[in-house]
Design a protein around this ligand. Structure first.
Ligand SMILES: Nc1ncnc2c1ncn2[C@@H]1O[C@H](COP(=O)(O)OP(=O)(O)OP(=O)(O)O)[C@@H](O)[C@H]1O
Ligand SMILES: [Mg+2]
Length: 260
């Protein structure tokens, strides 16, 4: 199993007393699988991802990534957050290469890969631009390339497109779908965990969608996505797609009603 969580809990300390963010979550992600976490704001999704990334420690339970307990930040994971968090004084290419510098690897060995990744996401002509000269969607594409530069086995994404307008967001979904499907060749398969508020985005990209309830979070459903890969954008217009969207929306509304 690429990723395994067993009874994972997280309670934060705060000035107003303890905040229980995650209340016992267990799930597995198979090697090469792309799983989305769908849940209301504040339910503990980011907390879960931070624990998977080794940036927060669980209060109880076990997390394993690549067969090993998560003990801290790991090299074989690429992270993408809601904000691109690029370094403003570096060019797009230099930002993509930044993790290589941090890992003290030879930058020259990765320069070609950086340019190839930038070309894949439509930024061939923008490699020398600084973040301030790029649009929000372009910056997020750079962040995606940065997460992929060292060819990590795990890609962990926390609402990477939620700050974008609807059209750019749809476009980014297709960029990620394409990148993902290309990275699934034997020997370089990636495993992905993707957090989103968008049911359609989750369905388009994932092999499985996990639905979370209100804080403190527990999983309330584990829904397999039946559409074969490679997926064309048109899959979103099929009656089957619309039916699963409605089913997932029903589950989420049910969770909210239960909490009220
Ligand atoms: N460092 C922290 N200290 C105390 N409480 C925290 C901390 N980080 C998060 N929380 C609380 O834990 C709960 C879950 O937060 P989290 O960010 O994981 O939610 P989320 O599902 O990612 O929400 P959103 O969809 O809005 O991003 C919230 O109630 C939040 O206030
Ligand atoms: Mg969050």
């Amino acid at each position: 199993m690429a990723i395994a969580l067993r009874g994972v809990r997280k309670t934060y300390k705060s000035d107003h007393g303890p905040v229980e963010a995650v209340a016992g979550v267990s799930f597995d992600v198979a090697d090469g699988e792309f799983v989305s976490l769908l849940g209301p704001s504040g339910c503990g999704k980011s907390t879960l991802l931070m624990m998977l990334a080794g940036l927060e420690a669980p209060s109880a339970g076990h997390l394993a990534v690549g067969g090993q307990p998560v003990a801290g930040p790991r090299r074989d994971a690429g992270l993408v957050f809601q904000d691109a968090t690029l370094l403003p004084w570096l060019s797009a290419r230099e930002n993509v290469l930044f993790p290589i510098r941090m890992m003290r690897l030879r930058e020259e060995a990765y320069r070609e890969r950086a340019d190839r990744l930038l070309a894949t996401v439509g930024l061939r002509d923008f490699a020398s631009r600084r973040p301030a000269q790029l649009s929000g969607g372009m910056r997020q594409r750079v962040a995606l390339c940065r997460a992929l530069i060292h060819d990590p086995a795990f890609l962990l994404m926390d609402e990477p497109f939620s700050a974008l307008d609807a059209i750019t967001r749809d476009e980014m979904g297709l960029v990620l779908l394409d990148l993902w499907e290309r990275s699934q060749e034997p020997g370089r398969r990636k495993t992905g965990v993707f957090i989103t508020h968008s049911i359609r985005e989750a369905l388009l990209l994932s092999d499985r969608v996990l639905v979370m309830g209100r804080r403190p979070s527990v999983l309330t459903a584990d829904v397999p996505v039946p559409f074969p890969r490679p997926r064309a954008p048109g899959v979103q217009d099929t009656p089957e797609f619309t039916a699963i969207v409605a089913r997932l929306r029903g589950m989420i509304e049910h969770n909210l009603r239960d909490a009220a």
